[in-house]
Design a protein around this ligand. Structure first.
Ligand code: NAG
Ligand code: NAG
Ligand code: NAG
Ligand code: NAG
Ligand code: NAG
Length: 366
């Protein structure tokens, strides 16, 4: 954990030593936004040349050697400053194409949101620089990077035991609760996903990437274009385009599912029927005996290793939107007693899928 004292010190050093280098660019294409956010570049009272120069120096002018990832509208670099602090820098993709304006909008949204919030489970912004050639944000470096990466790395995933996983979920819940209810104007993130939840060295969660964030104001419209990551967007919002706290709550559940069944070999029973889960069912590698996900909005194929442990007795994925063939790995799954696959869009050759099930007493495929 970056000590609070260290963060404050760093903030202080920034505040004390940086003067206006990165001026607000005088001409902007979008007038209303300019009006609304016109002051953000001066709020911190710094954003100066020293920060700018030391970051360029530390990253050797944003050399790919220092790249640690990419988030939304920018590339993220690791920069060791002369003050001995190591920070993460997200550099806005700047180019001549039409995406530019959207990137700029995301950049500004992120600054506006992060200026407003401060919470131990939300990534901390130290400063930013807006300049025609380099616009970037400076954050605390969150050591372990994205939750998705940690979950997909066998060693790290093992290290992330139940207690730590629960703590990650709690941290996310605290951050969301703070954003939604912690102050007068709720902030909706709109792109909560396992990519945007970072883990520090103690596996404490930090919600990041506020490029799509919106502050809900009583006097402004709550309707917008769609934002977010496929699989994490609540289906009803995908159609209505309404922004409210529910967007984040839904995505939160998808991440929670990922954290809890990501790659655990010990889980035996999974009951998540009658929810609003969407996205693909993670490729689980488990000794499931019960696997029940009926009445959700799940898409994609049914994982093909459900019977790998040879102990699956009840499989029910009724009323989802699953596609693809029924995995041939279920063929001759001798432990099966009940199989319910109705209400999906499975395709393929049924004689490839089914074999001999000595214990089967019910199969539903309508
Ligand atoms: C899950 O864990 C198993 C056993 O440790 C490993 O073989 C497999 O590759 C992992 N799967 C993923 C998707 O990480
Ligand atoms: C937008 O949402 C906020 C917070 O939920 C609410 O207070 C406000 O009335 C809504 N605005 C409109 C125009 O519906
Ligand atoms: C299933 O469980 C057995 C012991 O109960 C274990 O040895 C085996 O590795 C597990 N298989 C998988 C795929 O997790
Ligand atoms: C699936 O949906 C249909 C129609 O909405 C409903 O009648 C049925 O009870 C559902 N199946 C289950 C197992 O809930
Ligand atoms: C379906 O699979 C069976 C067994 O693999 C094969 O004999 C049959 O030709 C296949 N039918 C079609 C239409 O592909």
């Amino acid at each position: 954990m970056l000590p609070i004292f260290g963060s404050l010190l760093l903030l202080f050093i920034f505040a004390a030593s940086f003067f206006a280098c990165c001026k607000k660019t005088p001409t902007r294409k979008s007038e209303p936004r300019e009006e609304q956010h016109g002051d953000i570049f001066t709020v911190l009272g710094f954003n100066g040349r020293i920060l700018h120069d030391s970051i360029i120096e530390a990253t050797e002018d944003f050399s790919s050697d220092y790249c640690i990832g990419s988030g939304g509208y920018g590339t993220v670099y690791k920069a060791a400053l002369p003050t001995a602090q190591v920070v993460a820098v997200k550099k806005l993709h700047q180019s001549e194409d039409s995406l530019l304006l959207n990137n700029l909008k995301a950049f500004e949204s992120e600054i506006v949101a992060l200026l407003e919030i401060r919470h131990r489970n939300i990534v901390q912004m130290y400063g930013f620089c807006s300049h025609p050639s380099h616009s970037f944000l400076v954050y605390e470096l969150v050591e372990r990077g994205g939750l998705r990466m940690v979950l997909s790395n066998n060693e790290q995933a093992k290290e992330l035991d139940w207690e730590k996983r629960l703590n990650v979920v709690k941290g996310m819940a605290n951050a969301l609760s703070y954003m939604h209810h912690g102050h007068s104007r709720p902030i909706v993130h709109r792109d909560i996903s396992s990519n945007n939840v970072l883990l520090d060295s103690d596996y404490e969660a930090r919600v990041s990437d506020f490029g799509t964030a919106r502050i809900l104001k009583p006097d402004s419209s709550n309707w917008t274009s769609l934002a977010g990551t496929y699989g994490y967007i609540a289906p009803e919002l995908a159609y209505t385009m309404r922004v409210d706290e529910k967007c984040d709550v839904y995505s939160f559940w998808v991440v929670t599912l990922e954290v809890s069944i990501g790659n655990l070999t010990s889980l035996e029973r999974l009951f998540l029927s009658e929810n609003s889960l969407s996205g693909h069912i993670p490729q689980t590698y488990c000794n499931f005996t019960y696997f029940q996900l009926s009445n959700n909005h799940l898409t994609g194929p049914l994982p093909d290793n459900l019977c790998l442990g040879g102990v699956l007795t009840r499989l029910a994925v009724v009323n989802n939107s699953l596609t693809g063939p029924i995995p041939s790995t279920l063929r001759d799954c001798k432990s099966l007693i009940r199989v319910r696959l109705e209400g999906n869009h499975f395709t393929g050759n049924i004689s490839d899928a089914f074999g001999i099930y000595p214990n089967l007493d019910h199969i539903g495929l309508s």
